[in-house]
Design a binder for this molecule. Structure first.
Ligand code: 1PW
Length: 206
């Protein structure tokens, strides 16, 4: 078999590199488009679907919120437009609002970034340990006790490193470079999203 088919990880790395490149050459006043952004986030959904049955709810949570953003991109051109409307309506933190969905999806992107960092930090590190550490860093502080408990129970059902790589059609070697590309590229994207809130005096403690 030739290696010409694009794996999910290649697609994710490439999509986020395009986003970060766009943000890097921002002398123009052009803002990040919601459709471009949410399409990139849709690619990340594949990773959540590798988590197994116990994480079905985590997958559904992320996928549903990304789908909401994709849907919203028919009405809103940019991420800034989303925030501005919710600020005007006082609905930034309201359940189901697009600004709240964006905040949740941002957490998902950061979770995957932290997971990749942990995953690459040692080859003897199980996916469960890598995921537990990443979750504790990125998401746990913002989740209720009930969600944290469900997640920690689910951790025991995660696939092994080898099973995950197999599902992603990667080897340790091929995955490493792509994970590093995502880690680097996602940082400025995440920082950009945070700035959208901070510049509107919205704290990030939720
Ligand atoms: C291969 C990838 C491995 C990653 C493993 C890490 C486990 C993922 C755990 C994520 C758990 C999400 C649980 C749901 C949290 C909800 O409280 C929250 N939704 C989200 C997406 O943050 C509810 O948001 P809402 O509807 O109140 O705005």
């Amino acid at each position: 078999m030739t290696m010409t088919t694009k794996t999910p990880l290649s697609a994710i790395a490439q999509a986020f590199e395009e986003l970060s490149e766009f943000l890097g050459c921002q002398m123009k006043d052009e803002e990040l488009r919601l459709d471009t952004f949410s399409d990139a986030c849709s690619l990340v959904s594949v990773l959540f679907s590798c988590l197994g049955l116990a994480f079905k709810f985590a997958e559904m949570e992320y996928v549903a919120k990304v789908r909401d953003l994709v849907e919203a991109s028919k009405r809103f051109a940019t991420l800034e437009n989303v925030l501005d409307l919710d600020v005007a309506n006082g609905t930034v933190k309201k359940r189901g609002s697009q600004s709240r969905n964006l905040r949740r999806v941002r957490q998902g992107l950061d979770l995957i970034r932290a997971l990749f960092e942990e995953f690459l930090s040692s080859e003897d590190y199980s996916l469960r340990d890598a995921a537990s550490t990443a979750y504790a860093q990125v998401c746990a502080p913002y989740h209720t006790w009930a969600v944290r408990t469900a997640v920690s129970a689910g951790m025991h059902t995660l696939p092994t490193r080898e099973q995950l790589l197999l599902k992603l059609n990667e080897t340790d070697h091929t995955a490493e470079k792509k994970m590093r590309r995502y880690i680097e590229a996602s940082r400025p994207v995440i920082a950009y999203i945070d700035k959208l809130y901070i510049s509107r005096k919205i704290t990030l403690d939720w």
